[in-house]
Ligand binder design. Structure first.
Ligand code: APR
Length: 320
């Protein structure tokens, strides 16, 4: 059986890490596409030279032409620019929207059957725009945000409780940004919900609130430390988990930016909700019951994503 093909659009910090992880996990052959000449070829060659050392079988190559992604089974998109000091959100939106238009066209032409995972920010608006530009079915285009946000939440909780990260589950809803909605009552240590752990004296409500805020600011915390860019290891690991769920038909339940068509009372929007990922792409949207406070917080998050999508439509009316 031929190996699967994974196309990475964008060969920067996240793209390079995605390629390494895809190789190490032997998910398939990898092609890195980038507009920068030589960059994807150089990264692919350097990475290919890790394969004899690490002992994995995968062909890695670079391309500056969309032909290179032909027939890809999975496409992971990180092309674009991360936010730099002095840039407004609209500047980033405008630049990356143009990038999504090119990427969408390339995918439609050369990899229309792929499962597409978008990582480019501002995430929820960019995955919506990428779906519009590519014209692919909604269940085959998703955004990576919730896996990363919940990984950050899990890590902070495991540190607080001094337990293994493996025994902590976390539930995060909403857009990838300040308004994301971590849900304590659906987040657990070995099945024990966080509010119960507060009652048991494992932590305090105040400490939990601080952890939730740190989770919301998780990306900004890394940007302020790195100074020259944004997080890339954990975003790449999160994207790979989603790709693996699709390629191996794992039916994983993962929080992703998915297209809502009536679920959670929302229409024509991409926002973070739990979904089942298997060979059919997004096979099911898990619709949970929210209490009044959670509903309000989710709606606030949805409203901010709608604002960004509206801004996209104003900048480029062809996306609407
Ligand atoms: N087509 C293809 N590649 C592009 C394009 C384009 N139109 N425009 C830019 N790129 C490439 C750049 O050449 C660069 O190699 O995208 C890559 C982006 O890499 P980095 O700047 O290192 O950014 P990275 O940290 O990987 O983040 C990428 O993901 O999390 C988000 O906010 C982050 O939007 C950013 C994206």
């Amino acid at each position: 059986m031929a190996r699967k093909k994974i196309a990475l659009i964008g060969g920067g910090q996240i793209g390079g890490t995605l390629a390494l992880l895809a190789g190490l996990k032997e998910l398939g052959d990898v092609v890195i596409f980038d507009i920068a000449e030589g960059l994807p070829q150089g990264k692919a060659l350097d990475l290919a030279e890790t394969s004899p050392v690490e002992g994995y079988n995968a062909a890695l190559s670079g391309a500056n032409d969309y032909k290179g992604i032909k027939g890809a089974d999975v496409v992971i998109v990180t092309a674009g620019v991360p936010r730099k000091p002095g840039m407004s959100r609209d500047d980033l939106l405008g630049i990356n929207l143009k990038v999504m238009a090119q990427v969408g066209e390339g995918i439609a032409k050369y990899a229309p059957n792929a499962f597409v995972i978008c990582i480019t920010n501002p995430l929820d608006a960019m995955v919506w725009a990428l779906r519009q530009f590519s014209g692919l079915p909604h269940n085959k285009v998703v955004g990576m945000a919730g896996v990363l946000d919940s990984a950050r939440f899990r890590y902070f909780l495991a540190e607080e409780f001094k337990v293994s990260v493996e025994d902590v589950t976390a539930f995060v809803l909403g857009g990838h940004g300040d308004t994301m909605v971590p849900l304590p009552r659906y987040s657990t240590v070995a099945g024990i919900p966080l509010p119960d752990l507060v009652k048991m004296g494992w932590t305090t409500k105040e400490k939990l609130d601080q952890i939730i805020q740190r989770t919301r600011d998780g990306g900004a915390e890394i940007v302020s430390l790195l100074k020259t860019g944004s997080a890339f290891y954990a975003p790449a690991a999160s994207g790979i988990q989603m790709a693996e769920a699709y390629l191996k038909d794992q039916k994983r339940v993962l929080p992703c930016a998915a297209y809502l068509d009536g679920e959670y009372g929302q229409k024509d929007i991409y926002v973070g909700v739990p979904v089942v990922i298997g060979e059919g792409g997004v096979e099911r949207i898990v619709e949970i019951e929210l209490n009044a406070a959670e509903k309000k917080a989710f709606q606030k998050s949805v409203d901010s994503v709608v604002g960004l999508i509206d801004a996209c439509k104003k900048i480029d009316p062809s996306v609407a």
